[in-house]
Design a protein around this ligand. Structure first.
Ligand SMILES: [Zn+2]
Length: 156
């Protein structure tokens, strides 16, 4: 079983990122002329290797080492700021949500904040097809003990 918040699954090669020091976070951040603000999207976790860093040459890339992004919850804090204006921003000057897709951003937050989610999410479609836990209610699949039992049931 992966060690929560230390080991991740690479979004490119699907291999295990054994420790934060060999991981990378990348996403796109661009200025949207119509909305008049910066927009973030395509959040990814991958190996810090050229073959896995697929956004590295993109002219809108934002990126950093996974261990830097995990330290002090720095990526989580950035994501919160993208979803909702910081409390110290004057509401009149706030430009609102700075992500393209709230669902995608919350999914990325789940990977960074819910223990065992990173590993269990691989089995999500099988779990839903079986109705193993997700039938109970909307939040029960996200509890750590349920995520762990999804991993135990579906990993082979
Ligand atoms: Zn990889």
């Amino acid at each position: 079983m992966l060690e929560p918040f230390k080991q991740f699954i690479c979004d490119t090669c699907a291999g295990i990122i054994e420790k934060p020091e060999v991981g990378w976070v990348e996403w796109l951040c661009y200025y949207d002329e119509q909305k008049g603000k910066l927009i973030n999207k395509n959040f990814r976790i991958c190996h810090h290797e050229t073959r896995c860093m697929i956004l590295a040459d993109h002219h809108h890339v934002s990126d950093n080492h996974l261990n830097n992004m995990l330290k002090d919850n720095s990526m989580v804090i950035q994501l919160y700021g993208m979803l909702d204006p910081e409390p110290n921003v004057n509401p009149q000057q706030s430009k609102g949500v700075k992500v393209e897709d709230i669902g995608e951003t919350v999914e990325f937050l789940r990977r960074l904040t819910l223990p065992y989610y990173e590993e269990a999410r691989q089995y999500w479609s099988e779990e839903i097809a079986d109705g193993y836990i997700s039938e109970a209610n909307e939040i029960s699949p996200y509890f750590p003990h349920n995520l762990k039992s999804i991993i135990e049931r579906y990993s082979r």
